[in-house]
Design a protein around this ligand. Structure first.
Ligand code: ATP
Length: 517
């Protein structure tokens, strides 16, 4: 675990040093759980959004996009259930005065039990070598069995308390398991209370509850209230989807782990409207489709897993998370939810406006069911950068080895696709030629010109921001109009004509390959 903590620290400081992410309002010592994206961060983030948007809207004839306002009529949040039920259970430690989420404290306690199980398995693996059968070991080892049973029982009891909104039982569990405050080490807890996560603000000159507006805690509701507008104007028939990328706000109690849990973040959500009764078919379809999307950019199967929800949200009849193996363990990256007709039916009731679909085949009108995929753009950013961050030894120019830090980001998502570098700085014929090349390719992709420092250091800088290709302009270039192109991961170098640079880099960094390959 210490190593993983260390890795996470390295990743966060790399993000700052190389202009990916800064603490918000840092000169005022920052604002908790709020971050700003820097010059490379915004490029990577835009590419992630582009990848998601294209996979949804461009690749599906029956998915269209919208961009709804952050502010919505306040009744929206009554209808969606957020005013009454968008709560987290919180409690304070009386000694440290720190606030915690009760369910998170219990989950962290379960993580410790899981760590014990994993330790037994690692030990046994070492002892038995190749002959080790993990499945059999899990099924027979008494210590592993006891801990697994303990963990399962806690998970079931936690799920029940969360579903029932039983704050007393959450408190009882924290006491029974002897959970201490990580800051003070004490068990001096307050009672557990519900805490609503929505931020509110006031509309213009209207005072009191009348003028109370919420900052949207999810983008989905902007899609639901526009369902008929979109369906009619785009002449879509069921099944069809509406996609949206936008900011969401939650007054999170525990906002730690960098951009994993923020109070202002971005969601990429798609609501797929379907005929009632077909939800399980579409649930399976979107589970598979979304997993494929993650794997296509090189995120391996062993770092991704499905996790069924233990306690279903008030709107769902089936729900699963795609979890990613972050440096701090497997955590939710994306949710896939079968939301039934909960939202549309509730908006129909609260607004008094019909939100039904006329099915031209069966000649019936009904409220469609909804299958939703919802992913945090910032969490996807963290997954991408954690996966890409690599420290490795590579051959140096003197025949030895040197350590480099490289971001092995999929070329289609990389912030800068190609850097143009004159071999040396103080030769005007080289720098002029390199600048000309840079000017001739910059219209095709994000590209950078760099002449400062020795060539080796410039390569390292490009590695550190994940640039997949470096073009080096040397003396041979002046004679035959060829350059070397260096590939980031393999370090392979090829000689290519200047006239081919744009075509080659474009082809090798093209996002389309992620959809057709
Ligand atoms: P969690 O259990 O981690 O609080 P959630 O189940 O409340 O997440 P959803 O409401 O399903 O999350 O939101 C969909 C997605 O939005 C999540 O999978 C996650 O990627 C992202 N997300 C939710 N809350 C945050 C946050 N505070 N900061 C960053 N991303 C978030």
């Amino acid at each position: 675990m210490a190593n993983q903590d260390d890795l996470f620290k390295k990743i966060t400081s790399h993000c700052k040093e190389y202009g990916f992410i800064f603490q918000s309002s840092e000169i005022y010592d920052g604002l908790a759980a709020t971050y700003d994206y820097g010059p490379y961060g915004i490029l990577l983030k835009n590419n992630i959004k582009d990848y998601w948007w294209k996979s949804m809207v461009q690749m599906h004839e029956n998915i269209v996009g919208i961009d709804a306002a952050i502010f919505m009529h306040p009744t929206t949040w009554k209808a969606s259930g957020h005013v009454d039920a968008f709560n987290d259970p919180m409690l304070d430690n009386k000694d440290s005065k720190k606030r915690y989420r009760a369910d998170v404290l219990i989950e962290e306690y379960m993580d410790k039990i899981e760590a014990k199980i994993n330790k037994e398995i690692t030990k046994a693996k070492k002892r038995f070598g190749d002959a080790f059968d993990e499945e059999q070991f899990r099924a027979t080892n008494p210590r592993v069995l006891a801990n697994t049973e303990k963990k399962d029982n806690i998970a079931a009891r936690l799920a029940k308390a969360m579903t029932d909104g039983d704050m007393d039982d959450l408190k009882a569990q924290i006491e029974e398991y002897g959970i201490v405050c990580p800051a003070s080490g004490s068990r001096n807890w307050t009672d557990v209370r519900q805490f609503n996560l929505m931020f509110s603000t006031q509309l213009g000159a209207v005072a009191g509850e009348e003028g109370k507006l919420y900052l949207r805690p999810e983008t989905a509701q902007g899609i639901f209230v526009n369902f008929l507008n979109v369906q009619k104007s785009s002449r879509q028939k069921l099944p069809f989807g509406i996609a949206q990328i936008g900011k969401a706000f939650r007054n999170e109690i525990v906002a730690r782990q960098f951009i994993f849990r923020m109070r202002e973040f971005e969601q990429m959500e798609m609501q797929f409207f379907i005929k009632p009764g077909t939800q399980m078919k579409w649930y399976e379809y979107w589970k598979e489709s979304r997993l494929k999307w993650h794997k296509a950019i090189g995120h391996e199967s062993e770092n991704l897993r499905f996790h069924d929800h233990d306690n279903l949200a008030h709107y769902a009849d089936a729900a699963v998370d795609i979890q990613f193996n972050f440096p701090f363990g497997f955590k939710e990256l994306e949710g896939i939810h079968s939301r039934t007709d909960f939202d549309l039916a509730s908006h129909q009731e609260h607004s008094g406006k019909k939100l039904q679909y006329f099915d031209p085949e069966t000649k019936e009108s009904y409220i469609p069911y909804v299958l939703e995929t919802s992913i945090g753009c910032d969490r996807m950013f963290l997954a991408t950068i954690s996966h890409a961050y690599t420290q490795e030894m590579v051959p140096d120019s003197k025949g030895g080895e040197a350590e480099r830090t490289v971001l092995k980001i999929h070329p289609a998502l990389a912030p800068i696709k190609c850097a143009v570098l004159p071999l040396v700085k103080n030769k005007p014929e080289l720098t002029e030629k390199a600048r000309k090349i840079f000017d001739s390719v910059k219209a095709y992709f994000d590209c950078q010109y760099d002449e400062k420092d020795a060539i080796g250091r410039r390569y390292r800088r490009q590695d550190a921001i994940g640039t997949p290709y470096c073009i080096t302009v040397d003396f041979e270039t002046l004679e035959d109009d060829t350059v070397t192109i260096r590939e980031r991961d393999s370090l392979a170098q090829e000689r290519i004509p200047i006239s081919k640079i744009a075509e080659i880099v474009k082809e090798r960094t093209d996002m389309a390959a992620l959809f057709v390959g």
